[in-house]
Each structure stands twice: as C-alpha cells, then as structure tokens.
Design a binder for this molecule. Structure first.
Ligand SMILES: CC(C)(COP(=O)(O)OP(=O)(O)OC[C@H]1O[C@@H](n2cnc3c(N)ncnc32)[C@H](O)[C@@H]1OP(=O)(O)O)[C@@H](O)C(=O)NCCC(=O)NCCS
Length: 331
C-alpha cells in the first residue's frame, strides 16, 4: 500500500580523513601549480585516507553521526544503500560490511554504482522504497576513496580528486516538509569519457595495464566539462518546471563539487545566484559519491539550511549519469 506521509531527510553526517593534501604538496608530485589548479578548478586542498583507512571506515563514521542526529537506533533502519565506486573489496559490496559494523540487524543492504550521481540516485531509490510502503527508514551513504583509483602520475586528473563520505537517514516524517521530487538520467554513449580501462570483465588487468596505469581513472576532461554544464542546467530546469518552482525560490543549491567553473556556469544557466549555491570543493576536491551529501551535511552544520528551506541537489558523472532532487528541509 502506498505511503502518503511526508518523506524527508531526518539527519545528516560526514566522515573525512584528517590528512590534507594541498596544491603545493601536489606541486612536488606532478608538473602543476597552485595557480593552475585554483584558477581551473577552484580546488585548494583535498583529504586523503592513510593506508589503513578505507571505504567502510569513512562510511561508518558518517552513518553513526547521521543516525544519532536523526534519533535512529540500529533496529530502526530498514535498509542501507551505499553509493560508491571504491568499495573495500571488488566483491562483496561495502553496504553489508557497513550494515554489520553498525549492527543494523533488520536492514537490507546494497551498493549503488552511479559514480558522482550515486548519492542522489540512492536518495531517489530510498524515497521510492518508502513511498511504496515497503520500508520506513533508510540509511543513504555516499562515500569514495578516490585516492586509491587516481593516477598520481597524470596531472590532468589527480589534482581533482579526494576522499570523503556523507550520509543521511531518509524516512517517514510527521511534519509538513519533505522531499518533493527527483529527476534521474543516463547517457551510456559517453561511458568512455570517464572510466577505468582495465580490471573489469571486458579487459581484465594485465601486467602491462598495471604498469601503464590503466587500472586508474581516465578522463576526457573537456568532454566531461561540456556535458556537466549542459546536463546540470537541463535536469534542474526540468525538475523546477515539473514542480512549478521558480529558480529564485530556491534557498540553497547544493551541487556536485567537481569544478567551480562548472558550478558557476550551470547556476547561471539555471538562474540561481552564487550566494545561494553551497561550495566546499576548495577543501575537499571532487569526492564523487560523497560530494553532494558531504556538502549537504556541511551546509546544514553551518546554518546555511534551515527548516522549511527549499533545497536543490544535483550530481553528474561517470556513466554518464546525472540526478537532481528538490526538497523542503524538514528540521
Ligand atoms: C580537467 C579540467 C580542470 C582541465 O581544464 P581545461 O581548462 O579543460 O584544461 P585542458 O585539459 O584544456 O588543458 C590545458 C592545458 O593545461 C595542462 N594541464 C592539465 N592539467 C594540468 C595541471 N594539473 N597543472 C598544470 N597544467 C595542466 C594541459 O596539459 C594543457 O596544456 P597544453 O595547452 O600545453 O596542452 C577540466 O576539463 C574539467 O574540470 N573537466 C571536468 C572534470 C570533472 O568535473 N570531472 C568529474 C566529473 S564527475
């Protein structure tokens, strides 16, 4: 039976490693400069996991905070969805490991792989599961340890990425506010603009591939840039039209934190002024699945989001995929 109650984000949390890698640190690793990275991307520093910290460690930290802030006990959680491209192991997914470590004894668990759109895709899944009446409360985590799959010899990509996690508990809500709508999409014809060439079933990893770094991220930067600006404005405009929302009604836009020029251009195209756009990419770089929930969590912690605010989120990335959502913040 359909659940007609409001469905809302009930609490948010984050987990980031302590180690900071600055642009000047990178100058010592590859042929780059703080000036180039800052002017082309807006990134000043990023966080990097030490060897003993991995995906589930960041996920557990963020999830514990989101559960505590939402007043959720382990037995309240019906499902955990982890959006990641860097799970602890190639098999199994990391969601089961997180479920076990948090003692979520009743929860179903699975990973969702939609790269930088992954958390918004996962939030839409959670919304659908709850709306369907099947579940009431779902933990939605976005986490990535991109430092493990970045090519640290390729200056055109390694300067962009960082590690981190953001989490939210999404559930039934008795109040008047909540999630309004999502728009999800994909264009697989662009799958090779951003991918890891070797290590999958098409091309298992070879010794030559390993030596050439084909087990690390490859990106056609300019193609992804053009796609990002276009798709972010298209998906948001579609969502706004469908829900009779004017861009000037948006209190805060929380976009995927990939590049300040992408954020700037798409906000302009949609008609949202930059003082209503949340940016933390200067501190973290692009953290893929973690990007949107980490930004959402910090926006809330900094008081940039308050009860009743109209909040828009948007992710885009490998796949190619995109996902946007709008909600009235519930608490
Ligand atoms: C990657 C990106 C920042 C590159 O910026 P750009 O303005 O397109 O730069 P280009 O790739 O044209 O490179 C310009 C020059 O800078 C050089 N360059 C590339 N990376 C560099 C670096 N880290 N430091 C210094 N120079 C660099 C290039 O070699 C090139 O030199 P050339 O003109 O002598 O050939 C940009 O394309 C981008 O942000 N793309 C989208 C990335 C993204 O968001 N990915 C994730 C999606 S989820």
């Amino acid at each position: 039976m359909l659940n007609n109650k409001k469905i809302a984000i009930l609490g948010v949390g984050k987990g980031v490693p302590e180690k900071v890698l600055t642009n000047s640190d990178l100058e010592k690793m590859v042929d780059t400069s703080d000036e180039w990275i800052t002017s082309r991307t807006g990134i000043k520093e990023r966080r990097i996991c030490p060897d003993h910290i991995c995906c589930s460690d960041l996920a557990v930290e963020a999830a514990e905070q989101a559960m505590q802030r939402s007043g959720s006990a382990p037995e309240d959680i019906d499902m955990v969805i982890v959006a990641t491209v860097t799970p602890d192991y190639p098999l199994p997914g990391v969601a089961g490991i997180v479920q076990d470590r948090l003692g979520l004894i009743r929860a179903a668990a699975f990973d969702l792989k939609a790269a930088c759109s992954g958390w918004v895709y996962s939030a839409a899944c959670a919304f659908g599961f709850i709306r369907s009446g099947l579940y009431k409360r779902i933990l939605v985590i976005g986490v990535d340890v991109l430092s493990r799959i970045a090519n640290w010899h390729d200056r055109s990509t390694c300067v962009l990425f960082g590690d981190g996690c953001g989490a939210a508990v999404i559930g039934e809500h008795e109040g008047e506010y909540g999630i309004i709508d999502f728009d999800l999409g994909a264009d697989g014809s662009g799958s090779r603009y951003l991918y890891i060439p070797e290590g999958g079933s098409r091309t298992p990893l070879t010794r030559e591939g390993l030596e050439a770094g084909r087990n690390k991220i490859f990106m056609a930067g300019q193609e992804v840039f053009k796609f990002a600006v276009k798709i972010q404005s298209e998906t948001l405009s579609k969502l706004f039209r469908r829900n009779n929302v004017a861009p000037e009604e948006v209190d805060l836009f929380v976009p995927h934190q990939a590049n300040i020029r992408i954020i700037d251009s798409s906000a302009k195209r949609v008609g949202i002024p930059m003082d209503r756009v949340f940016v933390n990419l200067h501190k973290y770089g692009n953290t893929s699945g973690a990007s949107v929930p980490l930004a959402l969590c910090e926006a809330w912690e900094q008081g940039r989001i308050k009860k009743g605010d109209l909040v828009a989120v948007c992710g885009f990335g490998a796949g190619l995929t995109w996902a946007s959502g709008i909600m009235k913040w519930a608490y």
